[in-house]
Design a protein around this ligand. Sequence first.
Ligand code: NAP
Length: 530
Amino acid sequence: MSGGNLDLVIVGAGFAGMYMLHRARKLGLSARVIEAGSGVGGTWYWNRYPGARCDVESMQYSYQFDDALQQEWDWSERYAPQPEILRYANHVADRFDLRRDITFNARETTAAFDEAANLWRLETDSGERIAGRFCVMATGCLSSWNMPRFKGLEQFQGKRYHTGQWPHEGVDFTGLRVGVIGTGSSAIQSIPIIAGQAAQLTVFQRTPNYTIPAHNAPLDPEYKRAIKSDYAGMRARAKQTIPGIDFKLNPKSALEVSAEERQREYEARWAAGGLMFGASFADISLSKAANDTAAEFVRGKIREIVHDPKVAELLAPDYTIGCKRLCVDTGYWATFNRPNVALVDVSKQPIEEITAKGVKLAGREYEVDAIVFATGFDAMTGALTKIDIRGVGGLSLRDKWDHGPRTYLGLAMAGFPNLFTVTGPGSPSVLTNMLPSIEQHVEWIGDCIAFARDNGKQRVEPQAQAEEAWVAHVGELAGATLRHTCNSWYQGANIDGKPRVFMPYIGGFPAYVKTCNQVAAGGYTGFALS
Ligand code: NAP
């Protein structure tokens, strides 16, 4: 690891950290990335569970900063599987010769701002030290995996896995009795595959989820050619949409059309598959009555697919569709028709303990050979609060965020000069296509650092009032949709004791970019530069 002072230290070699490094080099900044894993890829490096794939279509879930890169890379399926996305990340690292400035197998534990020297000083778990004038936390939004504190966890004699930290060599469940705890996206993707291997699969469900079929398939070469012939056009269209994805939103209200037209639209979206089911009508995320029509359509599909009416009822969610992140699956509901699959409701009688032999609740022990914890993440803030980050006067980020995350633009925090976050709380982040959002953040951060350098400034720090106003704006927008009406990780509800604050900016990609551009054009309005 470099002992000298760098212009920039980047934490994390996922898609954000990799592009930040590339961008820093282009700006003539010396930079080094610190990465906990042994390779690049971030979330796609860790999440290797069976069936893992991206729920944004592959032609859109990729970098666009280099046209040759997007022209030469060949996605094989509509939704890219995790191994292919990881290959893509490695290809980018090779193509842009990134590895020489990445330190692998080094987990950041502390980062402190040295006020006298205007330096961020970081230390890793092995005691290595590095310092840089600026620091970018490219630590990901869904990277700090959540293991609920189940009583007796340590006494389990079988194998334990977490979807967010899957063994690199893979796991073969053939002939085993397996328990899966959780029914979020990771569980919904892995359950059909585990069910195909296991002798017996028991799914422990606390809250059912809405999921839409992926209808995944190999990509048609003609379709790929058509997109590549005008990739820029497609990317430009995507940037005009709220999630930063090129898609068709039906501008009508679900309530203004006839029941037949509504059904036709939902059927067509179901047949097309994927997240864009949520765009069937313009008011699904705004009006409870409109939302009910979409939710009831999906519940109807569950009742059609799942043979046992009792199981179908348990699997059917009763809350706002799209409130928790919509899932995208391959054969999820039908998996519950298999004779080797059982569903256990843990909503009213929670898991009491993990025993030596399995999972116990309501006085019954479910014996299993392996448990898969598909229990999600301490989303958006967990990866940052895990590091002991100290700003001006020793202020700890954990303390600053004690009642919920506070940022300006989701990019920087008052009291933490020269520190930036990529797709942090307060940014559109997880509500958008992550790759274009990452690129926008990284480019903005790079420009801001270059501006400070070119103007002889040592420190860039959000002003407290600007941060205050942004936090209030983010909160106000969240309250205007139905997104706050359920227990989701968007508002920290999945982690005991985590403050309930809706974390991402819900105003959409175009409005956010416009604000960021105005801030930059105004000489970084809301920041103090000194
Ligand atoms: P998640 O959506 O947070 O799901 C975690 C599951 O574990 C939930 O069903 C939760 O129940 C359950 N759970 C947590 N603690 C529990 C406890 N003590 N007892 C019983 N059940 C418990 O996590 P995830 O599935 O890993 O997905 C997180 C996010 O990652 C997704 O929303 C998505 O944004 C992203 N992701 C994307 C993809 C993709 O691109 N296709 C795939 C995977 C993940 P409750 O709902 O009751 O809390």
